[in-house]
Write a protein that binds this ligand. Structure first.
Ligand SMILES: Nc1ncnc2c1ncn2[C@@H]1O[C@H](COP(=O)(O)OP(=O)(O)OP(=O)(O)O)[C@@H](O)[C@H]1O
Ligand SMILES: [Mg+2]
Length: 371
C-alpha cells in the first residue's frame, strides 16, 4: 500500500501542510527541531491511531489551537481510501471515507506501517514490556483475530486478577469461578503464544540475511522467544495443558500475590548474535541499531505474505550511529518495491544512485517544500 497524499492541520509545529508523496522513497531533510519527526509521527498515527511518543493524544495539537487533523489518501490494491483523524483536547475521532469508526480494531488495517525511530534503540536493552508492545503492534496489523484475542485476554486477565484478590481477602469465596476464568484465559493465552512464536520463527528466517546485507558482516542474528512458562511444543493442545498445569501448581502463589503470574502478559524475547552472544549484554550501539533495523525490516515480507501488500516504512533519523557504508547499504536495501518515509539532517556522501527514486522534501521550521 502507498500513501498518495498527506494533509495535516494544526499538528505539532505545522499550521497547514498538504503534500503528494512519492510512491517509493520520500526523504525529509532539515535541521534539528524543524519538524521532521513530526511529519513521520503524523503518518504513524494515521496507521495506528496512536503516537510512538509518550504523552497524551492531545499533545499533538499545535500550541494555542483547539483541534489537530491528519488526513491521508491511501492506495491499496487499486482501491483508494481516505483516512482522517481529528484530535480535540479530550477526544479523537477517526474516519474512513468520511464514515466515523468507533472501534480501534475496525480501523487498524487501513494503513499498515513499520516504524523505526531512535527510541527503538531501547528494544534490545530495555524492559520486556517494550518488546511485548512491539509484538502486539505488528501482530495486530497482520492479524485481526490476534488483535481481538489479545483484547479479550486482557479483559479476562483483569477480572482474574481482581478475583484472586477477592479470594485471598475473603477465604470463603467460590473457587469454581476462578476455574472458569482460568479456562477462558488459557483458551486465549494459547492462541497468543502460538501467534507470537510463529511470528518470531518467521522473523528468524529473514533477520540474519538483512543484518548482513546492511553491515557487510557474516553473522547469525537470532531472536529467542522467552515465555515465562516451560513450553515443549506450540501445538494449541500442548500449550493449553502446559498452562493449566502451571496455574494448578501455582494456585497458592497467585493467591498470595493477588495476580496472575504466568501467561503471555509476562512474555519476553532476546536478541543473540554469532554463537549465542546475548546482545543485551554485549552489543555495541551500532550493532544494536542494525539488529533492530533488521528485525523491523524482517516484518515486511511477513506483512506481504499475510496482507497481500507491503506496509509503508517509516525511518526516523536512521543515519545517526551508522557509518557511511552502512547508510548507503541501508538505502540500497530500502530502495525496493516499498514506499518509505525517511528523515535525516543531511544527505552527505549518500550515493546518487541510491536517491534516484527519491522525492526530497526540505523541512524548515514547520514549513515543507518539495525540491
Ligand atoms: N504541540 C506542539 N505545538 C507546537 N510545536 C510543537 C508541538 N509539539 C512539538 N512541537 C515542536 O516541534 C518542533 C519540531 O519537532 P521535531 O521532533 O519534528 O523535530 P525534528 O526535525 O525531528 O528534529 P531532530 O533533528 O532534532 O530530531 C520542536 O521544536 C517542538 O518543540
Ligand atoms: Mg527528529
Amino acid at each position: 500500500m502507498i500513501i498518495r497524499s498527506l494533509k495535516v492541520t494544526n499538528f505539532r509545529n505545522y499550521d497547514k501542510v498538504n503534500i503528494t508523496l512519492g510512491s517509493k522513497m520520500n526523504i525529509f531533510i532539515g535541521n534539528n527541531a524543524s519538524g521532521k519527526t513530526n511529519i513521520l509521527e503524523s503518518i504513524a498515527i494515521l496507521g495506528l491511531t496512536k503516537s510512538f511518543r509518550n504523552g497524551l493524544d492531545c499533545d499533538v495539537i499545535k500550541f494555542n489551537k483547539k483541534k489537530a487533523v491528519i488526513e491521508g489518501r491511501i492506495l491499496n490494491n487499486k482501491q483508494i481510501k481516505d483516512l482522517k483523524i481529528e484530535f480535540f483536547e479530550k477526544e479523537k475521532n477517526i474516519y474512513v471515507n468520511s464514515k466515523k469508526i468507533k472501534k480501534y480494531a475496525e480501523y487498524i488495517s487501513n494503513l499498515n506501517v513499520v516504524i523505526f525511530t531512535p527510541v527503538d534503540l531501547d528494544i534490545i536493552k530495555g524492559s520486556p514490556s517494550i518488546r511485548r508492545n512491539l509484538l502486539n503492534v505488528t501482530l495486530s496489523q497482520i492479524s485481526y483475530s490476534y488483535l481481538v484475542t489479545y483484547n479479550e485476554y486482557n479483559k479476562i486477565l483483569k477480572t482474574r486478577n481482581e478475583y484472586l484478590k477477592i479470594l485471598y481477602t475473603n477465604g470463603i469465596a467460590d473457587k469454581t469461578y476462578l476455574d472458569v476464568l482460568t479456562d477462558k484465559l488459557v483458551e486465549k493465552a494459547s492462541v497468543i503464544y502460538q501467534a507470537r512464536y510463529n511470528y518470531l520463527t518467521k522473523i528468524n528466517t529473514y533477520i540474519s540475511g538483512i543484518y548482513n546485507n546492511i553491515t557487510s558482516d557474516d553473522k547469525i542474528i537470532r531472536i529467542e522467544y522467552k515465555p515465562n512458562i516451560i513450553i515443549n511444543s506450540y501445538e494449541l493442545k500442548n500449550l493449553k495443558n502446559a498452562l493449566v498445569n502451571v496455574y494448578k501448581k501455582n494456585y497458592k502463589r497467585e493467591l498470595q500475590a493477588g495476580m496472575t503470574l504466568f501467561g503471555p502478559h509476562r512474555d519476553d524475547f532476546c536478541f543473540y548474535i554469532g554463537n549465542d552472544t546475548d546482545m543485551k549484554i554485549y552489543a555495541s550501539e551500532g550493532q544494536q541499531k542494525c539488529a533492530v533495523l533488521a528485525y523491523k525490516l524482517s516484518s515486511i515480507p511477513i506483512f506481504k505474505e499475510n496482507n497481500g501488500t507491503n506496509p509503508v516504512l517509516l525511518l526516523d533519523d536512521i543515519f545517526s550511529e551508522l557509518d557511511l557504508n552502512k547508510r548507503n547499504k541501508l538505502l540500497k536495501y530500502v530502495n525496493e518495491d516499498i514506499q518509505s518515509i525517511i528523515t535525516t539532517t543531511d544527505l552527505k556522501n549518500i550515493s546518487k544512485n541510491n536517491l534516484k527514486n527519491a522525492v526530497v522534501f526540505k523541512v524548515d521550521n514547520g514549513k515543507l517544500e518539495r525540491s
